[in-house]
Design a protein around this ligand. Structure first.
Ligand SMILES: [Zn+2]
Length: 147
């Protein structure tokens, strides 16, 4: 899941209100690793994105295209998918060396569960890097297997 509202100002980038080429490439890469990406309202109310490990499914709320946060939203959920690959059936942190930008900190610190905090910190870290597509592509290739 993902609540990213306070990140808007720092994440706004020039982007058409339809999937970017990079978005489509990442979506396709996820598909090659057995993850289904649906552009539709997530089953959890109010979420911009949602990853359901049991179904290997990612939901992307269509509103993120209007909010210009489609790319970081998909990348966030793709990090969770990678954590699922790394955990071989469970969610496992990837031990990344990068940290999220400061405004994102309270978004993962509000999770009381330490394990969950780790998972969210990594997702926010990757989605806020300038080279985030490169990072997530490498992570997926490293941890996930073609289905
Ligand atoms: Zn998350």
């Amino acid at each position: 899941m993902l609540e990213i509202a306070i990140l808007h100002s720092s994440l706004l980038i020039a982007q058409a209100q339809k999937p970017s080429q990079q978005f489509l490439e990442l979506k396709n890469q996820l598909k090659n690793y057995g993850f289904e990406v649906r552009i539709e309202l997530p089953p959890k109310r109010g979420a911009y994105g949602l990853f359901k490990a049991s179904q290997k499914k990612i939901w992307i709320n269509p509103v993120v295209f209007d909010l210009n946060i489609a790319n970081p939203t998909l990348i966030h959920e793709a990090v969770h998918a990678t954590q699922f690959c790394a955990g071989k059936g469970k969610m496992k942190a990837l031990d990344l060396k990068i940290q999220p930008i400061k405004p994102a900190r309270r978004l993962f610190l509000r999770y009381s569960n330490i394990h969950r905090q780790d998972l969210e910190r990594e997702a926010y870290a990757v989605q806020t890097q300038p080279n985030r597509f490169q990072i997530i592509t490498n992570l997926l290739n490293k941890h996930c297997k073609q289905s």
